[in-house]
Ligand binder design. Structure first.
Ligand code: SD4
Length: 324
């Protein structure tokens, strides 16, 4: 099992438990440019089943919006992934609470935060987008809406996650602190055969977070942003830093100004680094694609990888990093 080490953030103490899925095979070097003459799916980390599911849907003519939803749902159901959906690590009180958002090519979007007992928050986010006059629902209201829409209520805390949490409770002082641990949120962007772009981001957030804590992942502009004329970006890592800098929106705006996805991710990372001198103590990673199908990524610490599915090839790439 490969472990990426993320340390505590400035001014807050305590370490969470590492709950990492395996990296399958060695990641390849990052491709610099790719013409978008075919559909493409990119996704954070090494979630090869998720990118394959979305990529194959795109191959069969599915829309980017359907592909991102179905793609990230794979991880929401993956019990081995302790950072997304069912099986996700709980908050410090033992509750699994989920954050997710989705964005369509026309710029419409939906999101849910602090949602519990629902396996597929991304699908609830899509319903928020399609069935309500709002963009975001949280907590009890989001749950009530999900149930109204026919989603089934279920316990998302698995035995494995419960045990890890109980272990954490023994070792850690029970204090209102934010624990910063390893990250495996899935952010996905798909370009379909019509050249339309959609994105989704879903997570259980930081393990053993304070009850009610919401990170960047469901926040349009922070964990995800796209403009169908320009490109899209997703983020993973310490949400507090990403939210402060509205990083995904920034990356898309930097691409609008003519920067490549790679350069845009690097410039957005400059902001993260300049805004917190303790940047060595946390991880943030960005992944972006433009309308030409060029992909870029950048992270603070080495170890971030991403998936790319194109022309039936589903590959895990190593991201360049600020620290070597
Ligand atoms: C958050 N950005 O809630 C998320 C955490 C993450 O993989 O990326 N986990 O802050």
């Amino acid at each position: 099992m490969k472990r990426r080490t993320f340390l505590k953030a400035t001014g807050i103490s305590g370490l969470g438990v590492s709950l990492m899925p395996q990296v399958i095979g060695a990641p390849s070097e990052m491709p610099l440019t790719t013409p978008a003459n075919t559909s493409i799916c990119i996704a954070t980390w090494n979630f090869h089943k998720a990118s394959k599911t979305a990529g194959e849907l795109l191959d069969s003519g599915a829309s980017a919006l359907d592909a991102v939803e179905k793609g990230v749902m794979v991880e929401e159901s993956n019990l081995e992934n302790h950072t997304v959906g069912k099986g996700g690590a709980p908050d410090r009180d033992g509750f699994v609470t989920l954050d997710a958002c989705i964005m369509a090519p026309d710029g419409d979007c939906g999101s849910v935060a602090f949602l519990h007992d629902i396996e597929h928050p991304v699908s609830v986010a899509r319903k928020v987008m399609e069935k309500t006059p709002h963009k975001m629902l949280v907590g009890e209201g989001a749950l009530a809406f999900a149930l109204e829409q026919g989603f089934t209520r279920q316990n998302l805390l698995t035995e494995a996650s419960k045990e890890a949490w109980e272990e954490w409770l023994e070792e850690k002082e029970y204090r209102p602190i934010i624990n910063v641990e390893n990250h495996d949120t899935i952010g996905m962007l798909c370009l379909d055969e019509n050249g339309d772009l959609a994105g989704a981001c879903t997570t259980s957030g930081l393990a053993y977070k304070m009850r009610g804590r919401v990170g960047d992942s469901p926040i349009i502009g922070s964990g995800l942003f796209l403009d169908n004329e320009i490109g899209g970006a997703v983020a993973t890592g310490l949400g507090e830093e990403i939210m402060k800098n509205v990083s995904s929106f920034l990356i898309v705006e930097l691409m609008r100004q003519g920067n490549s996805p790679q350069k845009a991710c690097e410039l957005a990372m400059d902001r993260i680094i300049k805004s917190n001198p303790a940047y060595r103590d946390f991880q943030v990673a960005f992944l972006a694609i433009n309308k030409q199908g060029e992909v870029g990524s950048f992270c603070i610490h080495p170890g971030f990888t991403y998936m790319k599915y194109q022309d039936k090839q589903n590959t895990n790439f190593n991201s360049p990093s600020f620290l070597k």
